[in-house]
Design a protein around this ligand. Structure first.
Ligand code: F6R
Length: 244
């Protein structure tokens, strides 16, 4: 896994947007998977602007969400379904048929995970471009530190630090869901190209371990070392502890 150091958040966002545009230029019907959270917001703004100027089109592409909170309906303003529509999908020329989301408020979580696993398996050759964020604890998607890697889409109990980190988006910290559904690591490793975005010194320990530490489910992002085209796109703060 290699690392690219960007001077500013804008530079990081533009770099990631460049890779998205290049992927779509080479393959207009590319399949992408995207994260929520704070880090990718600049990239989404950049993609919306470029799409508005006609520099990129999402008309033939399709997108997968990485994860979703259990029990939050898609219309809930803190759901990741809502986030993706609000921050990106509603502002670009992506057709509804190209949107694949996990539904958090189903009656049967296992059935929903199986549906998503089958859908991901049906992507011929794997996801073209997988973009990830990273938790301060090293999670990717909501693959939290654990004794084992979970290959396929699964339900997970969020760690206390993740719940605490996500509380900033909720009016009342007690409303933060404790469970989530997340893509597992198998479709991630099957992706043709992976970008992991990391911004700020709060991510420096996780980034250093992901890049240079042992491959362990205790630091889920470390599994990306097994991928032949995985790049961490980060700022100086996030890379300050990494050996380069
Ligand atoms: C969100 C997700 C998470 C975030 C991570 C970083 O869909 O999968 O892994 O990418 O928690 O979040 P931010 O960017 O808010 O620091």
């Amino acid at each position: 896994m290699r690392a690219i150091c960007c001077k500013t958040y804008d530079e990081l966002s533009a770099y990631a947007a460049d890779i998205v545009c290049e992927t779509l230029k080479n393959r207009p019907n590319a399949v992408l998977a995207l994260p929520t959270g704070s880090t990718p917001l600049g990239m989404y703004e950049e993609l919306i602007a470029r799409c508005g100027r006609g520099e990129v089109s999402f008309r033939n592409s399709s997108f997968f969400i990485l994860d979703e909170y259990v029990d939050l309906p898609p219309a809930h303003t803190q759901s990741y379904n809502y986030y993706m529509r609000d921050r990106l999908f509603s502002h670009i020329d992506l057709p509804e048929s190209g949107i694949h989301m996990l539904i958090g408020d189903t009656a049967d979580d296992d059935a929903e995970c199986d549906r998503y696993t089958r859908l991901l398996d049906s992507v011929e050759g794997g996801i073209d471009l997988l973009i990830l964020g990273i938790g301060a604890n090293g999670h990717i998607g909501f693959n939290e530190p654990s004794d084992a890697f979970f290959p396929d889409t699964h339900k997970i109990l969020l760690t206390d630090d993740t719940v605490e980190a996500n509380a900033r988006f909720f009016d009342n910290p007690d409303e933060v869901p404790r469970f989530a559904l997340t893509m597992g690591v198998r479709p991630m490793l099957r992706a043709k190209k992976i970008l992991l975005l990391a911004y700020g010194s709060g991510k420096s320990v996780a980034v250093a371990k992901a890049l240079n530490g042992p491959i362990t489910p205790l630091l889920p992002a470390s599994i990306l070392q097994l991928h032949t085209d995985a790049t961490i796109v980060a700022d100086e703060g996030a890379l300050q502890l990494a050996a380069r």
